[in-house]
Design a protein around this ligand. Structure first.
Ligand SMILES: *Cc1c(COP(=O)(O)O)cnc(C)c1O
Length: 224
């Protein structure tokens, strides 16, 4: 695989999606999702200038944040209560969806004497099996989180569209972007992160306002 070429292609597709909607490409953070690749590939991406990485499990993520402390590490997958103790060094946790976990994470953060940045994961796909809070529950959850978890810093929202033809994801991303506006208007004006878009659908997500895209397979695919 030609990592440099893949990275360049993704960056230029992000730029084109920005150009179509009058956005500034520098307002979008590419999170390289490295759950399926080796440490060596991570090292190569760092050398190519990638500065933000996502892992979907806490223990491997913690290990990599120790190996590569010069870049930022995000937890993007579901967090279980027995894994909260591994979360000290994540710069952002995208997948908060339960108050019980939030409370445990808040306790840990207080012990560590730090603030942990979090996003609320929202179920925008309408599929029951998918993680995340229902859209109608998010603002109340955010208010409770802010009140009960002073060591968590709510930075915004994350969502995953269903795996369908990219254009069909647009209404999901629009719904999440609208909710993000409401969060900022009514609950927390500095919650500036909207994490949406993956390999299949990141251009649509950027057109609809994503500030972070989480990309794995498109980075690591082989040429045809
Ligand atoms: C694996 C994963 C991604 C990246 O998916 P690709 O389709 O490989 O780009 C993004 N977000 C989450 C939560 C993931 O688990």
């Amino acid at each position: 695989m030609d990592l440099q070429q893949n990275l360049q292609t993704i960056r230029s597709r992000i730029s084109q999606a920005c150009a179509r909607t009058g956005r500034d490409p520098s307002s979008i953070t590419l999170v390289a999702v490295t759950k399926a690749v080796s440490d060596r590939t991570v090292q190569q991406l760092i050398e190519l200038g990638v500065g933000t990485f996502g892992e979907n499990r806490a223990i491997p993520g913690q290990r990599r944040s120790g190996l590569f402390p010069q870049v930022k590490w995000h937890l993007i997958g579901p967090l279980q209560s027995n894994k909260v103790k591994y979360c000290r060094d994540f710069d952002l946790i995208h997948s908060l969806e339960r108050l019980k976990i939030a409370t445990l994470l808040n306790q840990k953060a207080a012990e560590w004497d730090k603030q942990i940045n979090v996003l609320i994961q929202v179920n925008i796909s309408g599929e029951d099996a998918k993680h995340g809070l229902g859209i109608g529950d998010v603002l109340d959850f955010a208010r409770i989180l802010i009140r009960e978890c002073p060591n968590l810093n709510l930075r915004g929202l994350m969502g995953m569209a269903p795996y369908v033809e990219p254009e069909k994801t647009r209404s999901c991303f629009q719904a999440l972007a609208r909710l993000h506006e409401q969060l900022r208007a009514r609950v927390k004006s500095d919650a500036d992160v909207l994490s949406m878009g993956m390999s299949n659908d990141f251009e649509v997500a950027v057109e609809e306002g994503a500030t972070m895209v989480r990309i794995g397979s498109a980075l690591f695919m082989e040429e045809e």
